[in-house]
Design a binder for this molecule. Structure first.
Ligand SMILES: Nc1ncnc2c1ncn2[C@@H]1O[C@H](COP(=O)(O)OP(=O)(O)O)[C@@H](O)[C@H]1O
Ligand SMILES: CC(=O)N[C@@H](CCC(=O)OP(=O)(O)O)C(=O)O
Length: 258
């Protein structure tokens, strides 16, 4: 059975109560089908940057990541956040393993076309052997969005893009992007049940979709096209919605493949 890929942003891990409430629902999902958890950690990186007085600069939701900041970014995403999530997974008895996009050559990583972003990477599916081996052995891979490029340089990858890459790599049956909002909101603040490509382009152009949500809907559109099916944007603050999802119900906003 092909896996479900679930992406959690850093906000989900920041509050121990939020992650403690969410993990049992994810464990219910893992009991029904193979699961890959991909995580971000933007908030945690921001906090460490503040501590070390590094400037936090983002362009269209992507962090400007000078190469000299990569050791800290890697330590936070592939170290602290990855292992915090692993620890929360173990609490609910999840059979989890913490890795990154760089492990097993899971991603082919190239420099982002906007060179002013520094060591930001874009990723395509790489080798599936390690992920398949882990899933086949009943593990839940917990994956940090740190990759290695062709020159073996560490690169910072937006975690939504990392999730899209792994969904394509594993021909996922579903991709769920979990953020702090119940879905994509319209101009009146109501959550869209579904959105077409044309609707998304229009709402970006008229400023209803902004900031980090732009990167997320772009990633979701790419994944929907690659997987040939809708991708779901939903909230990590609503474990009951995840339970409903585990039982086959629709939640959040469906980003359609058309
Ligand atoms: N139309 C919209 N619908 C929902 N959220 C939106 C919209 N436009 C902007 N946002 C913002 O995008 C945020 C989610 O993006 P971001 O914080 O980058 O996600 P992540 O959870 O991956 O870090 C929401 O918290 C919200 O403030
Ligand atoms: C290139 C880039 O922007 N990388 C992100 C990676 C983490 C991430 O995406 O975290 P969230 O999902 O919590 O936002 C960053 O450094 O913040």
């Amino acid at each position: 059975m092909n896996p479900v890929v679930v992406k959690l942003s850093g906000g989900a891990i920041e509050d121990p109560i939020v992650i403690a409430n969410l993990m049992p629902a994810l464990q219910e999902l893992a009991a029904k089908q193979p699961l890959i958890l991909v995580h971000g950690g933007g908030k945690q990186v921001d906090a460490h940057f503040a501590h070390w007085q590094y400037p936090v600069e983002k362009k269209n939701g992507l962090r400007v990541s000078p190469a000299e900041h990569m050791p800290l970014i890697t330590a936070v995403l592939a170290g602290q956040v990855n292992k915090q999530l692993l620890s929360a997974a173990k609490v609910v008895g999840m059979n989890a393993v913490g890795v990154s996009l760089a492990d097993g050559d899971s991603a082919v990583c190239s420099p982002h076309p906007d060179a002013s972003l520094g060591a930001v990477g874009i990723v395509d599916p790489g080798k599936g052997k390690m992920m398949q081996a882990l899933l086949g052995a009943g593990f839940v891979p917990i994956v940090a969005s740190i990759a290695l490029d062709q020159q073996s340089q560490l690169r910072n990858v937006n975690a939504d893009d990392a999730a899209v890459c792994l969904a394509a790599l594993t021909k996922a049956q579903d991709l769920l992007l979990l953020s702090d909002v119940s879905g994509v909101r319209d101009a009146e603040g109501k959550t869209h049940a579904s959105m077409t490509k044309a609707q998304i382009q229009q709402e970006i152009a008229n400023g209803v979709i902004q900031g980090g949500m732009i990167a997320k809907v772009m990633a979701a559109m790419q994944a929907a096209a690659q997987l040939g099916k809708h991708v779901t944007i939903a909230s990590y603050l609503q474990p009951d919605a995840i339970r409903r999802y585990a039982h086959g119900q629709d939640i959040g906003t469906h980003i359609l493949a058309v």
